[in-house]
Design a protein around this ligand. Structure first.
Ligand SMILES: O=C(O)CCC(=O)C(=O)O
Ligand SMILES: [Fe+2]
Length: 261
């Protein structure tokens, strides 16, 4: 039986007990807008997940799409040089939740009340819920050589990712901790324009296998640069909702998984 104690490195990250540790995480997330917890997953569990990710790899569904930073299609009725109407490319493979074995440590982690409570505390959220549909809660993402995720703001307010396998080169997570305030309906087009033109200094994170990353993806512009090695980048997204019974839109499911169920 896999147990949260065997999956998470509780000696380094006492998510089950220490309130000081929680306060620290909260503070860091507020200050830096990202929370990076290296070696969050124990080495034994990480090996299991890496094997699982490599075994599932042939079943990945690959998609390639052009989209704007707001994840829309180019709108011909808007100014074509509006930075929110400029298209970037995203292409990657995805293995959806229903293909992940029920015995997976990822499922244990995702469903763990200790882990969920930790996320709720750090993110200052009352309660998080899994997706209602069978595909969207846990996703393996595969970035092959030449594949990337273009600059964007997420639709979801926060993102939780787990690095499984780093490529030998490229595939770097880059972000700026401003650009939009969704709650206040504010967007900094000048800033977005200069980021899209590579004229703004962006932050990059060096993320290793086993690292858990939390970030406010809806307000912070981010991307994954193209992988430039034969070794692919494998990353898991742990996707939760703020309300119960929510499914990912049909459009998004068809785009990312190639099916609705
Ligand atoms: O792959 C990553 O590190 C980030 C993923 C991401 O930004 C997304 O799925 O929206
Ligand atoms: Fe994102």
């Amino acid at each position: 039986m896999n147990n949260i104690k065997d999956i998470v490195n509780l000696e380094i990250y006492p998510i089950d007990t220490s309130s000081d540790f929680l306060k620290d995480c909260k503070k860091k997330l507020k200050k830096d807008s990202v929370l990076q917890l290296d070696n969050f997953i124990s080495s034994k569990s990480l090996s299991k997940i890496q094997n699982e990710g490599n075994q599932l790899h042939p079943q990945a569904y690959y998609c390639s799409q052009n989209h704007t930073v707001l994840l829309n299609k180019k709108n011909m009725d808007l100014k074509l040089d509006d930075p929110c109407n400029v298209e970037v490319l995203s292409n990657k493979g995805c293995v959806p939740h229903d293909l992940i074995p029920i015995s997976s440590d990822l499922i244990e982690l995702y469903n763990s009340l200790v882990f969920q409570k930790f996320l709720e505390n750090v993110l200052d959220i009352k309660k998080i819920y899994p997706y209602k549909d069978t595909l969207s809660s846990i996703n393996y993402n595969y970035y092959e050589e030449g594949q990337q995720l273009g600059w964007h703001f997420d639709n979801a307010s926060f993102a939780i990712t787990l690095m499984i396998q780093s490529p030998d080169s490229g595939g770097i997570f880059e972000y700026i901790n401003k650009g939009r305030n969704y709650e206040k309906n504010y967007i900094d087009k000048k800033l977005i324009r200069s980021v899209l033109k590579d004229e703004y200094p962006v932050n990059e994170l060096s993320v290793k296998p086993g690292t858990l990353l939390l970030f406010y993806g809806r307000n912070y512009l981010h991307r994954v640069t193209a992988v430039t090695s034969q070794k692919c980048r494998i990353l898991v997204t742990l996707n939760y909702n703020l309300e119960e019974g929510v499914s990912l839109s049909e459009n998004a499911r068809l785009t990312f998984f190639g099916r609705l169920k």
